[in-house]
Write a protein that binds this ligand. Sequence first.
Ligand SMILES: O=P(O)(O)O[C@@H]1[C@@H](OP(=O)(O)O)[C@H](OP(=O)(O)O)[C@H](O)[C@H](OP(=O)(O)O)[C@H]1OP(=O)(O)O
Ligand SMILES: Nc1ncnc2c1ncn2[C@@H]1O[C@H](COP(=O)(O)OP(=O)(O)O)[C@@H](O)[C@H]1O
Length: 310
Amino acid sequence: MLKPPEHQVAGHRAQDGQLGPLVDGCGIFYKPLQGDGRGDAEVAFYTSLFSHPAVPPHIHSFFPGFHGTLVLPASDASGPRPHLALDDLLAGLRSPSLIDLKIGGRTWPPDCPEDYFQKCIVKDRESTSVALGFRVSGVQIQDPAGADAFWRPSRAAVRRYMVEDVRRVLRQFVSANPPSPDQKPDCALASAVYGGPDGVLAQLMELKAWFEEQTLFHFYSASVLLVYEKDAVVAAAGQQAGKSSGVRMKLVDFAHVMEGQGVIDHNFLGGLCSLIKFMSDVLNDPEAGGRESIKVQLSCEDGSLENLGI
Ligand SMILES: O=P(O)(O)O[C@@H]1[C@@H](OP(=O)(O)O)[C@H](OP(=O)(O)O)[C@H](O)[C@H](OP(=O)(O)O)[C@H]1OP(=O)(O)O
Ligand SMILES: Nc1ncnc2c1ncn2[C@@H]1O[C@H](COP(=O)(O)OP(=O)(O)O)[C@@H](O)[C@H]1O
């Protein structure tokens, strides 16, 4: 049976009669084709990515598997609608921690409509996109209180994140202690999630190497989605023989991918480099919890952690 994903952290949601993605519980994530040509652009991108001879096969693993399109009843009750059928990146995970990081200092493609440009540039300037080359779009972290408890700041709170908030959240994301005004993130899982041969940093470096060369695509408003499950990471760290921690890192959201026309995607590449630097800092200085006394908006959706003065 199709239902809205339990753990979606950003983007359009199939809630309250809105159009959004659905999952089948068997490993497929169905994303409705959006209007204004965005859905068609996303289908064209996936088709090109998986068939273009100049895309090295190992690069495919940085993207969700693509299984074509399927007409399904839309979540907004508007009737049958084509959906992209993608691998569900959270399949098999009961208590995932995940973060959506929108990459690029500018999220608007060239020649987009003026009103869209105006909307995007305001968000880019008011968020950390311009300053850092990326921003947090959404985050959920398993709460140590229980496997089914999560810390998930509201969309409005995430939109207000400034540079120090981003630094803090990237530390909190790999910490075993809960977000609190009294404690710095302990970064206990940093080496297991960000470090190691199959950790996020190693994967980002491999992706960056491709972006240093590829001139096929320019990715505007696409995200890096990081997913891990604490129990699996802790279990892998306790084993000698390099058991995989199962940390998943994929790119998502290709509604605004443009042809690269032989030019490096310096906007996306710059954002990747910046993210790599931020994560390296977490690994190299795991004790630091970020500047003290910063007013960040670490609110939960239930409001219980609203306005922590961290
Ligand atoms: O509608 P908004 O203002 O919430 O903007 C959406 C963005 O939400 P935000 O508020 O930035 O978190 C949303 O961002 P996230 O995926 O939530 O990071 C998308 O950028 C979405 O555009 P598209 O589906 O990628 O074409 C954006 O939707 P469009 O307005 O471009 O359709
Ligand atoms: N293949 C996928 N599997 C699981 N979750 C996904 C997948 N793609 C996206 N998501 C979830 O949906 C969110 C929004 O996805 P995105 O493609 O950016 O949608 P939108 O175009 O509405 O912004 C992501 O932050 C993530 O939580």
